[in-house]
Design a protein around this ligand. Structure first.
Ligand SMILES: Cc1ncc(COP(=O)(O)O)c(C=O)c1O
Length: 386
């Protein structure tokens, strides 16, 4: 039995004909840039995220860059964001000329720890970028309260969490701007790169639209220096088809997460399962959309149990991934910021322990039973080794 970490071919086998039809219709239509597919997709995404406006862009990284530019964040400004995230979040801050200020996480949620926020705020702080990591919303009530108190902007990195809810509200609509990635592996993935921004502000919406297309409101009249970051018509056509499935895919991911919880609970003291009290109490006001099902494997006697387990799962045909093995504060790319590993101890710890297991709508309970049984036997074997 082979269970890869993700199997996009399987998804295509199920919905491929509708996607192929949408692509062919677009190709035959002859309109390839900022046409009806993009307009429709933007309307659909705004609705899906309970926001007034959405703007399609080339990828999620550009969405973050454009969000920062739209809020006039640049040279001399500081932006607080987690170290335990994908590099794009901090790259965007760097690329607009601002300084990333890394905040540690809560090990139980993998998201930024709001208790640490105020100590990092300086007169130069302009914004906070919480990341809804693995599909779990950050604590937006506490974050927004602090942001309002200190007059800071909030940009939600919603790359991994489209469709998630916090206190009944969709992620991406709490802050000034939400940024989504439709990278192919995301819960709503394009067949290439794509991204979007969401906002409730008409003013920001207009600025974002201008920035994505060379700073123009009127063709060939450039109000400011912008980007070429347009979502293309073919990707928008594909995403419009896939969006029809997103709610059912999210529900399936939730069901799979519950199954993992049942199968893996209590199997070993060395295995820590992801926290999701909301899902388990059937409270639909707070939903985790399970972009990743990420467990922690405790490091024991200086042996990295996680790496050993990942190797042994691979030997049994089971894919797993480490998101992310090195937190950003100790990455070479950000060494100029002079952080030490111990400055963010929780980010450091989880980077050594996390392992994401296969979770995608095409999986069956029997696949999860195979993964869980393998993990159980590997842990029994490894406990005697480490
Ligand atoms: C948390 C996070 N932020 C930003 C991005 C960047 O998105 P993209 O790859 O579409 O540029 C990603 C996607 O990989 C991500 O996971």
């Amino acid at each position: 039995m082979k269970i890869p970490i993700l199997d996009l071919k399987k998804q295509h086998q199920i919905i491929g004909s509708a996607i192929e039809e949408a692509v062919i219709t677009t190709l035959r239509g002859g309109s390839y840039i900022l046409g009806q597919n993009v307009t429709t997709f933007e309307e659909n995404i705004a609705k899906f995220c309970d926001c007034k406006y959405a703007v399609g862009v080339a990828n999620g990284t550009d969405a973050l860059i454009i969000a920062l530019r739209a809020l006039d964040i640049g040279l001399g400004d500081e932006v607080i964001t987690p170290s335990f995230t994908f590099a794009a979040t901090a790259e965007a801050i760097h690329l607009v000329g601002a300084k990333p200020v890394f905040i540690d996480i809560d090990v139980n949620t993998f998201n930024l720890n709001p208790e640490l926020l105020e100590a990092l705020i300086t007169p130069k702080t302009k914004a906070i970028i919480p990341v809804h990591l693995y599909g779990k919303p950050s604590p937006m009530d506490k974050i927004m309260k602090i942001a309002h108190k200190h007059k800071l902007y909030v940009i939600e990195d919603n790359a991994q969490a489209i469709g998630a809810k916090f206190n009944g509200q969709a992620t991406g609509g709490f802050g000034d701007i939400g940024c989504i990635s439709f990278y192919p592996t995301k819960n709503l993935g394009a067949c290439g790169d794509a991204g979007a921004l969401t906002t409730n502000s008409l003013e920001l919406y207009k600025r974002i639209k201008r920035l994505r297309a060379h700073g123009m409101d009127l063709r060939y009249y450039h109000e400011e220096v912008g980007y070429n970051s347009r979502l293309d018509e073919i990707q928008a056509a594909i995403l419009n088809v896939k969006l029809n499935y997103l709610n059912s895919w999210i529900l399936k991911r939730m069901t799979l997460a519950k199954t993992y919880y049942k199968l893996l609970s209590g199997i070993s003291d060395l295995l820590i399962l992801p926290v999701d009290d909301h899902d388990l109490t059937q409270n639909n006001l707070n939903t985790h959309v399970w972009h990743q099902y990420t467990v922690r494997l405790k490091t024991k006697s200086n042996h990295n149990l996680r790496d050993l387990v990942a190797d042994k799962l691979a030997q049994q045909g089971i894919g797993s991934m480490i998101y992310y093995p090195v937190p950003l504060h100790v990455q070479k790319a950000f060494s100029y910021l002079n952080y030490k590993a111990k400055d963010l101890p929780q980010s450091n710890l989880v980077a050594q322990e996390v392992l994401s297991l296969p979770i995608y709508p095409e999986l069956q309970d029997s696949d999860l039973e195979f993964v869980s049984n393998s993990l159980k036997s590997i842990l029994t074997e490894c406990c005697s080794l480490v």
